[in-house]
Design a protein around this ligand. Structure first.
Ligand SMILES: NC(=O)c1ccc[n+]([C@@H]2O[C@H](COP(=O)([O-])OP(=O)(O)OC[C@H]3O[C@@H](n4cnc5c(N)ncnc54)[C@H](OP(=O)(O)O)[C@@H]3O)[C@@H](O)[C@H]2O)c1
Length: 281
């Protein structure tokens, strides 16, 4: 089952560098990733897990140096509900949701030192059980930000098939992206990927390595890594690309950054991709 290639949407890179959990190393690692060749950056206005302002410092440094221009970059950030935040909020918690979205977006633009992002993602729906009225209100507010030119595209994250079906049933505009933790034991999020593929939505997969440690140890992956003379991590990223995912990596290691990017060129066969896809689900 092949997904929607990210390139079909326009100016979307085929790999994203994730900036979560890097705290005081965020600026240095984001800079390192850009120098290594990443052109897509994922962050969030959620200080609990991300240091968005430090991402902005990294962007400023590489742009001032003349290494890159804003137009060369794909910047993605997120709106995070109150329950996903700590006390360091990018909005007034007493304000209504549309106001919170507008305040969070303005704060993201200030952090990232830009007048627009490329993708604005709802970090997670309000309830794990289904798409709620609050989600509809928030999604409409996010679409207003897009209409005002502050983001090119919209996405949702941490969603089940149920969320997506219910969201569609409200008549909501479909997202350009779905960003999910991708578990091999769920057929690499098979149901959600199929929903996305049918509708031209690009599926972004995170935790491809950390959520799938059993797969990294599987003899099939070791055999393919041996044939390709590469690492098992690279096989997993190459597989993700082969089935149409837009993968994220948050590596802190310069060598792994190069390996993750160069996985794009590995000659994984269609049979091998199919075998990996049916490995654990
Ligand atoms: N929407 C959400 O709720 C959500 C949730 C989680 C994450 N995310 C996004 O996704 C990004 C990625 O997060 P993640 O959960 O995938 O985990 P991660 O933070 O990218 O961790 C990946 C792990 O894989 C290792 N790794 C990467 N490349 C490797 C390679 N070539 N060889 C060996 N090990 C390698 C890294 O170790 P080294 O550092 O040693 O390379 C690290 O331990 C985050 O930064 C964030 O932007 C979004």
């Amino acid at each position: 089952m092949n997904g929607m290639p990210a390139s079909r949407i326009g100016n979307v890179p085929d790999f994203l560098y994730g900036t979560a959990w890097k705290e005081d190393s965020t600026q240095a690692l984001a800079e390192l990733a850009l120098r290594a060749g990443f052109r897509g950056i994922d962050t969030a206005n959620q200080r609990r897990h991300y240091f968005e302002a430090a991402v902005g410092q990294a962007l400023d440094a590489v742009c001032r140096e003349g290494l890159l221009r804003r137009a060369d970059l794909f910047l993605q950030t997120k709106f995070t509900y109150r329950h996903g935040q700590d006390h360091r909020l990018p909005y007034d918690p007493a304000a209504d949701l549309p106001t919170q979205v507008a305040q969070s977006m303005q704060s993201s633009l200030d952090h990232l030192r830009t007048d627009h992002v490329d993708s604005y993602v709802l970090h997670g729906p309000a309830s794990g059980h289904g798409w709620t009225d609050d989600d509809s209100v928030t999604w409409t507010a996010m679409a207003r930000e897009r209409d005002a030119g502050r983001t090119r595209l919209l996405g949702v994250s941490n969603v089940s098939l149920r969320h997506l079906v219910q969201m569609a049933a409200t008549g909501a505009e479909p997202p350009a992206f779905v960003q999910n933790r991708c578990f091999a034991r769920l057929g690499w999020d098979r149901d959600v990927r199929a929903f996305c593929a049918e509708r031209g939505i690009v599926y972004q997969g995170f935790s491809l390595l950390t959520a799938n440690l059993e797969v990294l140890r599987h003899p099939l992956i070791a055999r393919i890594a041996g044939r390709l003379q590469t690492t098992v991590a690279q096989v997993v990223f190459r597989f993700a690309l082969a089935v149409g995912m837009l993968p994220l990596t948050g590596t802190s290691d310069a060598r792994h950054m190069q390996q993750d990017l160069s996985s794009r060129d590995l000659p994984l066969s269609a049979d091998e991709a199919r075998a990996i896809e049916s490995l654990a689900g």
